[in-house]
Structures are given as structure tokens and as C-alpha cells.
Ligand binder design. Structure first.
Ligand code: C5P
Length: 237
């Protein structure tokens, strides 16, 4: 499958059309951004690692019955996937308080939450991805019906119920993560985007070491090595 036109360039991926109008190719970039684009860098090999990690995790989720846009990994940096109509809601799932949850609500960093928290953010860079409640999402027309919001929450919890024990078996705490969803050509809501240390937080269960994009956000260094370790643990190496 060949790339045709560049449809869109995002912060971490370029999106291309293909000969098949129902399929797109995502090219995973080495670029890193944080704080709504205020902090920028690049890490050689990061894109390929995220492509491989996402491929493994999409395969795992598909095996567990979660519908995703994934079709196949084409090469190191390119993934073939279904075309969807993107739902402009970032679905954030949290098992442990950190990041913006600790900052906004004063919950001590590292607190294990009494239950899994699912939040919605408006996927809108110009507005800085603000928090949404269900009424905001409906007023903005981000979905048509309340039951679609309920479905996003249900799917996000199902993904967490699969990934949290999976990563625990690899010695990693799945602290929190961001999911995106889209509607396929039949109107089904399916999981899209990527699942990687760019949009998940992983803490080593023994050392507590951060194995995700916080290494860049917090200037800790060693990002590529951490991402490689995440991939190696997934692959059982
Ligand atoms: O920054 P915050 O604590 O809200 O992030 C929660 C989770 O969502 C983290 O795993 C982070 O990597 C992810 N996230 C993301 N893209 C955003 C906002 C958050 O991948 N725009």
C-alpha cells in the first residue's frame, strides 16, 4: 500500500491517503512536544518504537474483542489503518493520581485512586484541550447522543481492564493514558490514534522509574532507552 497525499501533519504523526479511500497511513515521527507545543524536541527512533508498541497493543486489544482502526504495520515508521471520522474528545483514564489531576485538584502525586477515573478533554489545541463534561460535549456537538459518551467511557474502562493487568505482568504500573476514538464507515465507534509511552504513563513497579513521555516533559533524559524497555517488556525480552 502506497502513500498518496499528505492529509494532515500532527505533532507526532503525519497522515496520508492511500489508493483505498477507506484506508490511511500514519507515519510516526520522532518529534516530541509538550505543554501545548511550548516545549519541542526530537528523539531519533522514537517514532519507530511507538509504531511497534502501538502495533503490539492494538493486536492485543483486538484479540480481546476491542475494535480498533489498526490494519497492519507497514514498516518501521508506518502503520496502515482504517479511515474514521475523528471524535474530538480525548478520553483520559487514570489509575494513579499524577500530572494535571494532581495539579488541578491537589491530589497527592502517586495516590492510588479508589476507582478508575475516566475524564473527557476537548481535543482543541487553540483552547488548550479543556476539560469537558457530558453537557459540554453534547452542546459542542462532539457526539450526537448521550449513549455515545457512555460508550466512550465503557470502551475506555474495557481497555484499562485489559492493559492494566497486562502491564502489571510486565512489571509496569499503568498510571494513566489517553485514548481517541472515531466512527468507521458503518458508524461504529472504534479506537484510533496510537497507544504508546507518548500518551500513557508507565512507572516501573520496583524502582518507580518513569518509562514514558514524562522523561521529556520533566527533562529527565533517557527517553529512547525507556521506550525501548517498554517495547522489550511487551515482547517478553
Ligand atoms: O497531563 P495529564 O495528567 O492530564 O495526562 C494524562 C494522561 O493523558 C497522560 O498519560 C498523558 O500522556 C496523556 N495525554 C496525552 N495527550 C494530551 C493530554 C494528556 O496523551 N493532550
Amino acid at each position: 500500500m502506497e502513500k498518496r497525499e499528505l492529509l494532515y501533519e500532527g505533532k507526532a504523526k503525519k497522515l496520508f491517503t492511500t489508493d483505498d479511500e477507506n484506508l490511511l497511513i500514519s507515519e510516526f515521527k520522532d518529534d516530541l512536544t509538550a505543554f501545548n507545543g511550548a516545549k519541542k524536541s526530537s528523539e531519533a527512533g522514537k517514532g519507530a518504537l511507538n509504531n511497534k508498541i502501538s502495533t503490539e497493543l492494538f493486536n492485543l486489544l483486538e484479540e480481546c474483542g476491542i475494535q480498533t482502526h489498526f490494519v497492519k504495520m507497514l514498516d518501521d515508521n508506518n502503520m496502515l489503518h482504517k479511515r474514521t471520522k475523528v471524535i474530538l474528545i480525548e478520553v483520559i483514564v487514570r489509575n494513579i493520581a499524577t500530572g494535571s489531576l494532581s495539579k488541578n485538584l491537589g491530589i497527592k502525586d502517586g495516590t492510588v485512586l479508589p476507582f478508575t477515573l475516566v475524564e473527557f478533554d476537548y481535543k482543541n489545541d487553540a483552547l488548550g484541550d479543556p476539560k469537558l463534561n457530558d453537557q459540554h460535549a453534547l452542546i459542542l456537538g462532539l457526539v450526537d447522543y448521550q449513549d455515545e459518551l457512555d460508550k466512550l467511557r465503557r470502551l475506555a474502562r474495557q481497555v484499562n481492564d485489559i492493559l492494566k493487568p497486562y502491564f502489571a505482568s510486565k512489571g509496569l504500573n499503568l498510571v494513566d493514558f489517553k485514548l481517541e476514538f472515531g466512527k468507521d464507515s458503518s458508524g461504529n465507534i472504534i479506537l484510533i490514534d496510537e497507544i504508546s509511552p507518548d500518551n500513557c504513563r508507565f512507572w516501573d513497579m520496583t524502582s518507580g522509574e518513569k518509562m514514558d513521555k514524562d522523561r521529556f516533559r520533566q527533562g529527565l533524559g533517557g527517553l529512547r532507552v525507556a521506550y525501548e524497555q517498554v517495547l522489550n517488556r511487551i515482547l517478553g525480552k
